[in-house]
Write a protein that binds this ligand. Structure first.
Ligand code: IPD
Ligand code: CA
Ligand code: CA
Length: 264
């Protein structure tokens, strides 16, 4: 029998230790490289943090599978068994340029079901965590169930990319939504934005392009507070694929799908 409480305890210990290591490493010079394009950054700290987490997981749970953004884990084609999805630094651009608003994000699944979600805002020392069926927390504070929020009073998390010329969505689709909501925010870490939705700092989050390690942990948090997440077509997300994500308060989610996205 899988001891999920042990996994939870170890995962939280390792994520905190990884955060401490990142803070220490930030005092030294960081090596920055680019990946798919000049704005897609990766540092030695991203890679070292991923390796640190993988080494710990493999030393205690050699039969668990690991999907990590920097590719040091396994190549996964299914969600069978226990799978850890790791983004060692979500918001690398923030890490490099702002030295804040980046997170370590870990989602742990059993046969495709989200069991544990951890999103650690290292600099603010805010650990968002959820255990399936037991609620979601920010540090020791339990997060409440989502209340109904009309779009007119909602704070929307969105990157300006999606309302300017881009290759994934006509900017005219979402710009009326930006006018309708109370305000918009963009934090530059998808995991942090999903944690903010789960904790009510944002009401809804929309993006055209995330990888599983960006949204896995956030979705597990949302499950515990009554949040909804789908693709922008209203379909279930596939935790093995890159996808668009619309996540948040159920009534905002429903209104956005029907008023803005039904023809997408
Ligand atoms: C990125 C951040 C960003 C999102 C990008 C992600 P990274 O992750 O989450 O907010 O808009 O799509 O790739 O590269 O910093 O781990
Ligand atoms: Ca990421
Ligand atoms: Ca990353």
């Amino acid at each position: 029998m899988t001891n999920w409480k042990e996994i939870d305890l170890l995962a939280k210990t390792w994520v905190k230790e990884a955060g401490q290591k990142i803070k220490e490493a930030m005092r030294e010079e960081v090596t920055i490289e680019t990946k798919s394009n000049p704005n897609d950054l990766v540092t030695n700290i991203d890679k070292e943090t991923e390796q640190f987490l993988i080494d710990n997981i493999q030393s205690v749970f050699p039969d668990h599978h690991i999907l990590g953004e920097e590719g040091q884990g396994d190549k996964l084609t299914s969600l069978d068994g226990i799978v850890w999805m790791i983004d060692p630094i979500d918001g690398t651009m923030n890490f490099v340029h702002q030295k804040r608003n980046f997170t370590i994000s870990i989602g742990i699944f059993e046969n495709g079901i989200g069991k544990i979600g951890l999103i650690y805002d290292v600099i603010h020392d805010e650990l968002y965590h959820a255990f399936q069926g037991e609620g979601a927390y920010m540090n020791d504070t339990k997060l409440g169930k989502m209340k109904r929020v009309p779009l007119e009073k909602a704070i929307l998390g969105i990157n300006a990319t999606w309302i300017t010329e881009n290759s994934r969505i006509d900017p005219n689709v979402l710009s009326p939504l930006v006018k309708r909501v109370r305000g918009t925010r963009s934090y530059g870490s998808a995991a942090l934005e999903l944690a903010y939705v789960a904790s009510g700092r944002l009401d809804i989050y929309v993006t055209m392009r995330l990888a599983p390690w960006d949204y896995a942990a956030g979705c597990i948090l949302l499950n515990e507070v009554g949040g909804i997440y789908t693709t922008l077509n209203g379909k279930s997300v596939n935790f093995l694929e890159n996808t668009s994500v619309l996540a948040g308060n159920p009534n905002c989610h429903q209104t956005i799908l029907s008023d803005y996205l039904s023809e997408q």
